[in-house]
Design a protein around this ligand. Sequence first.
Ligand SMILES: Cc1ncc(COP(=O)(O)O)c(C=O)c1O
Length: 378
Amino acid sequence: MARILMSQASVGPEEEEALIRAVRSGWVAPLGPEVDAFEAAICERTGREHALALASGTAALHLALLEFGAKPGVCVVLSSMTFAATANAVAYTGAEAVFVDSREADGNVDAELMIEAVRVLQGEGREVVAAIPVDLFGRCADYDVLEPALGELGVPVLADAAESLGSMHRGRPAGSFGEAAAFSFNGNKIITTSGGGMLVSDDGDLIRRARYLSTQAREPAPWYEHTEVGFNYRMSNILAALGRAQLSKLDEFIARRREIREMYLEAFSDIDGLRFLGRSEEVDGSTENCWLTAIDLGGHVGVSADEMVAHLDGNGIEGRHLWKPMHLQPLWERARVFENGVSEGLFKRGITLPSGYGLTNGEVERVIGAVREKLDRA
Ligand SMILES: Cc1ncc(COP(=O)(O)O)c(C=O)c1O
């Protein structure tokens, strides 16, 4: 039986056509009309005024942080429960990464704790140049609380929306929060360019500067003139064509991932102690793109995340631990953290289940059967 994967990319004839179109247009070098059109399409989808297509979501975070003034001697506060890329982007700038723990409901950053972290750091005379809430597994962070409070404290919000394209929070689309937001289009995301990312903002100067840094900081001169260190971070025209084809199917991708989540919700509704970290229905204008479905096995004494992942693996199914919090990573053992124990608990008890667009109902049933088998035996 074929192995059931977590979140496989789904590409078809539309993507093939888009790639051929880009190749035949002669715009094979980086940049070109597909890049411009992809940026415009993301602006339209997110309601942002400006977008910059880049080689990765990590590059988008890195450039935004540089624009916010991240450098040695200053701090950036960020969600601890995230993929390494969020913290790596801070490390590239030399700024001090200060981690903030999660809230129990969904693993997203504890907004009050993030605000307190900024207050404490500022009280110590430290400069906090940015705060990065992460939209975990596709569910937007609590921007209602974060945006006004951090605004008052003078700290720009950089939303890590790598996982949340297409989600809504209280009537506003993911990526529209904060001074800037970063998307990822890597291979396992809700849409993919095989590798890529996008920085979005309403601040034209910020995007202009980031654009300049992303193309080796080349000055407008007839020769190659440079006054700053730049990066080779732009997205290629060919990959942008792929991105446009994928973006045109985003709603279809979300609808199928939502159906899969609903199948899991229904199948596990009778299991005491099994909890979902997100939902499928709309509440208060908030919807999730259902990128990955995450469950907390907490109430089930005797089944840890580790055991469930191993059991699924033995059944040819890819289950994954939730992101191991950054403050528990050996790399960051000396980092400062504002901790409440929540993300550590979620990491021990939580897993994500296969959620890809291309999964058949039969495959989802296989996952459900395997999870139930393990819980019933516990
Ligand atoms: C939360 C989060 N932030 C940042 C990234 C980095 O994106 P990329 O892989 O495109 O660099 C990812 C995905 O990989 C992610 O899941």
